[in-house]
Design a protein around this ligand. Structure first.
Ligand SMILES: NC(=O)c1ccc[n+]([C@@H]2O[C@H](COP(=O)([O-])OP(=O)(O)OC[C@H]3O[C@@H](n4cnc5c(N)ncnc54)[C@H](OP(=O)(O)O)[C@@H]3O)[C@@H](O)[C@H]2O)c1
Length: 293
């Protein structure tokens, strides 16, 4: 397979692969062995993946916080190149007994950014630190001060936000420069097309990272049951997953999908879709089929 081509990551000017890898499935429930996960990451580097999305909270519970970041760092040390692999992490969610809970306390964020920095090698700034989700207990401007301070200290290069509305992105930008937005976007969840976030990102040169582009672990298999999607993908000898990535990327040049994978076959299949382009008519047909999901 040809190596993935690159694109510019918005305002940062850095070149990253046109598809990123969502590393969450390698650290949450149902994850494969550590050695198998390292082989998946090694394969990702060989395919030319240079953008990996992670979070402090990708783990089983609070006791193993930063599990996913440590895994990625081991893989980079063994098989990758720290100068050309860009890791995007997040902070602001806790995993008490495996639950997901927001924590936007700036003191907590300061602590977890420091821990993420260490987990990712402790020798170079975090490429992108994303505030995982607004916490109603703390004003966004208060939470984001921790990110601004981390940039000033040289722990973080760029800041992004996740699960934010346009109004919330604008609030964040009053405190610190924001380069990316990571919100849920898939055939099952098309809110970014209607809530203004996708248009805003395109206009403001922010990278939009659609999370769970296949609908996540509990829905990704349903994509195979969609007859129009299946017909269009089969006509081009592609998988339905590759067709979904093409559909997302053709929505806006600011879209950089981060499909999750914990197995070699699924990783290879998704990444081989980098050159798949749908016709306008095919996109419209998919729009129609997805609109009733
Ligand atoms: N910011 C947030 O709040 C937030 C929330 C959720 C997720 N995320 C990020 O978004 C990333 C992607 O989301 P996700 O992992 O939840 O879900 P997803 O990308 O929608 O789906 C991942 C699932 O699809 C399967 N899969 C992937 N490629 C496939 C292919 N080509 N053929 C068949 N099956 C395939 C994977 O299987 P295998 O595991 O068996 O390989 C995995 O279980 C996450 O990894 C994480 O980095 C962010």
């Amino acid at each position: 397979m040809k190596k993935l081509p690159t694109r510019i990551f918005g305002k940062t000017g850095k070149s990253v692969s046109v598809l990123g890898l969502g590393a969450m499935p390698m650290s949450v429930d149902g994850r494969p062995s550590e050695e198998d996960c390292l082989q998946v990451l090694k394969c990702a580097f060989e395919l030319g993946v240079t953008f990996i999305d992670t979070a402090d909270a990708y783990c089983l519970n609070e006791h193993e916080k930063h599990h996913n970041e440590r895994l990625i760092e081991i893989a980079i040390e063994r098989y990758g190149n720290p100068k050309t692999v860009f890791v995007a992490t997040k902070g602001g969610l806790m995993r008490p007994e495996g639950r997901w809970e927001t924590n936007g306390d700036p003191k907590h964020l300061e602590k977890t950014i420091g821990e993420s920095y260490q987990a990712l090698g402790g020798q170079r700034p975090i490429f992108l630190w994303q505030f995982h989700s607004p916490d109603p207990k703390f004003p966004i401007k208060e939470s984001l001060k921790a990110a601004r301070d981390a940039v000033e200290k040289g722990l973080v290069l760029y800041v992004g936000v996740s699960n934010f509305s346009v109004k919330q992105i604008e609030e964040a930008r009053e405190v610190v420069d924001i380069v990316s937005v990571q919100n849920q976007y898939s055939p099952f969840h098309r809110q970014p097309e209607n809530d203004g976030v996708l248009d805003y990102c395109e206009k403001e040169n922010l990278v939009f990272l659609p999370w769970s582009p296949y609908g996540g672990w509990y829905r990704y298999e349903k994509l195979r049951q969609l007859s129009t999607l299946d017909r269009i993908a089969s006509k081009h000898d592609r998988s339905v997953y590759q067709a979904v990535l093409a559909w997302l990327r053709q929505k806006s040049p600011c879209v950089l999908p981060i499909p999750g994978a914990s197995q070699l076959e699924t990783l290879e299949n998704s990444m081989a879709g980098f050159d798949f382009v749908l016709s306008d008519e095919e996109c419209e047909k998919l729009d129609q089929e997805f609109s009733v999901l």
